[in-house]
Ligand binder design. Structure first.
Ligand SMILES: [Zn+2]
Length: 459
């Protein structure tokens, strides 16, 4: 069995379950998919055959980042001035963006997933959750199958959110007809994906999440059936909540979104919602009481101009919190390390308006690692400790960028920010990125193939 001995790490963010603490000048030993030991002079003992010794002098080693909300397909619609949220109403923006989304074909879904995962891995991402709700009729049903294929290409741990929309525009949704599915179609494909891919074994690389896109664009029965399927198969549930839709849900169903989902049973330790920026403190307490988690996506605030989510209140009320990039329609990057920095800085910006104190920088590191793992229902990832998955990344801090910062490794990313790719990213005990290259892959070819797929559609 192969393994690595990361020799003489300058600092390792070790977490035995009580939050990360810094261990300095230690070695980290992996065996197969797991961390075997973290401590001093591990190389002094006989190493198992197949162990590769890697000099880690100067390295700060962190648990791999867990992305809890994204829409990979949107990577093909980035950096467009004509889709500027600050100059368009939400309705006008939707009217422009959905005709673009609906043109994407199967190759686009595959190569946009490769594009997003590549950026994530370069910046310390080791587990990706994607909320894939775009199923144009012409593109077929194998879009998430192709995403699993993309994850396999890199060796990325992938949780696929099978999204979907069922409510037609004529009944008040914002979804064009060519992107609609029936509830039966949606549930049947969720069940197929669970049967085909969902793996609950330790260090699983593939899981499936039942994830109807958002309550405002689905029939009530879609959520009822989603709960029944998810509970029957023991998988997680996910959707968008609290991004401005609560008045619409109130008008339709007589209650705001959080209460509506609680009533339907789409809440609990096996459910997590993206965003939640418009929720009241009472609604946050409701989520905390049921154990429902939140995938906080800080960077859409910049482009969308939405309010800054009240993370201090969420933390004070005991919500489980993860961090997400969100799709490129509202955040043009897939760099979760960057988002982690933004999450902390945005809370500092508005701290004087809050009833609760801003969590510490290290707490934000926790949200994007162990917090994300919790949202995805994983006890085997998100922390660096013996027995946990060997999902980690390293930054060589012997650079001018880090002079004056090295005394506090746990705050480095949230507070200082990291402007470059990692020096190494390891997933499931395998180095997938090191010295600027993906293991076994030619980035120039990945780039050319993605550009070719992009060229098959005209936006
Ligand atoms: Zn989203």
């Amino acid at each position: 069995m192969t393994g690595y001995l990361l020799k003489n790490c300058a600092a390792v963010a070790v977490d035995e379950g009580k939050g990360p603490v810094v261990h300095r000048n230690v070695d980290l030993l992996t065996k197969g998919p797991a961390i075997q030991a973290i401590g001093e002079n591990l190389g002094a003992t006989a190493l198992a055959a197949g162990t590769t010794v890697q000099d880690a002098t100067g390295w700060f080693v962190y648990p791999g980042l867990v992305n809890t909300h994204h829409h990979f397909f949107q990577c093909f619609v980035r950096n467009r001035a004509d889709l500027d949220w600050t100059k368009l109403s939400v309705i006008a923006w939707l009217d422009r963006i959905y005709p673009i989304f609906s043109q994407l074909n199967e190759e686009c879904f595959y190569h946009s997933s490769v594009t997003a995962m590549a950026e994530m891995i370069k910046h310390g991402g080791t587990t990706a959750f994607d909320h894939q709700y775009n199923f144009p009729q012409h593109a077929g049903k194998r879009l998430i199958d192709r995403q699993f294929e993309a994850a396999d290409l890199f060796g990325m741990r992938f949780h696929a959110g099978r999204g979907g929309n069922t409510l037609p525009k004529s009944e008040g949704s914002t979804i064009p007809d060519e992107m609609l599915e029936t509830t039966d179609e949606f549930i049947a494909d969720c069940a197929r994906l669970i049967d085909t891919y969902h793996d609950t074994s330790p260090f699983s690389m593939r899981q499936v999440v039942v994830a109807p896109c958002q309550p405002v664009n689905c029939y009530r029965e879609t959520f009822v059936e989603s709960v029944a399927l998810a509970r029957d198969r023991g998988v997680m549930m996910h959707t968008h909540v609290g991004e401005g839709e609560s008045p619409v849900i109130q008008a339709r169903h007589g209650m705001r979104t959080v209460d509506y989902l609680e009533e339907l049973g789409f809440a609990g330790p096996d459910a997590f919602y993206a965003h939640c920026w418009e929720l009241t403190h009472d609604e946050l307490k409701t989520m905390a009481a049921s154990g429902t988690g939140v995938a906080h996506c800080p960077e859409p605030v910049y482009l969308v101009g939405a309010e800054v989510t009240d993370i201090p209140a969420m933390a004070a009320f005991g919500l489980r919190i993860g961090i997400g990039c969100d799709g490129a329609a509202s955040n043009d990057n897939s760099n979760l390390m960057h988002c982690l920095h933004s999450a902390y800085m945005l809370q500092c910006l508005v701290s004087s308006t809050r009833a609760h104190p801003v969590p510490r920088p290290v707490d934000f590191l926790g949200y994007s690692t162990a917090g994300g793992a919790s949202l995805l229902g994983r006890a085997d990832i998100g922390r660096l400790a013996p027995g946990m998955a060997a999902d980690l990344f390293a930054i060589d801090t012997r650079r001018m960028d880090y002079v004056g910062t090295r005394h506090d490794p746990l705050s480095l990313i949230p507070r200082v920010g990291i402007g470059m790719a990692t020096d190494m990213t390891m997933i499931n005990g395998r180095i997938v990125w090191q010295k600027g290259e993906f293991a076994g892959l030619d980035e120039a070819k990945l780039f050319a193939d993605a550009e070719a797929a992009l060229a098959t559609v005209e936006f």
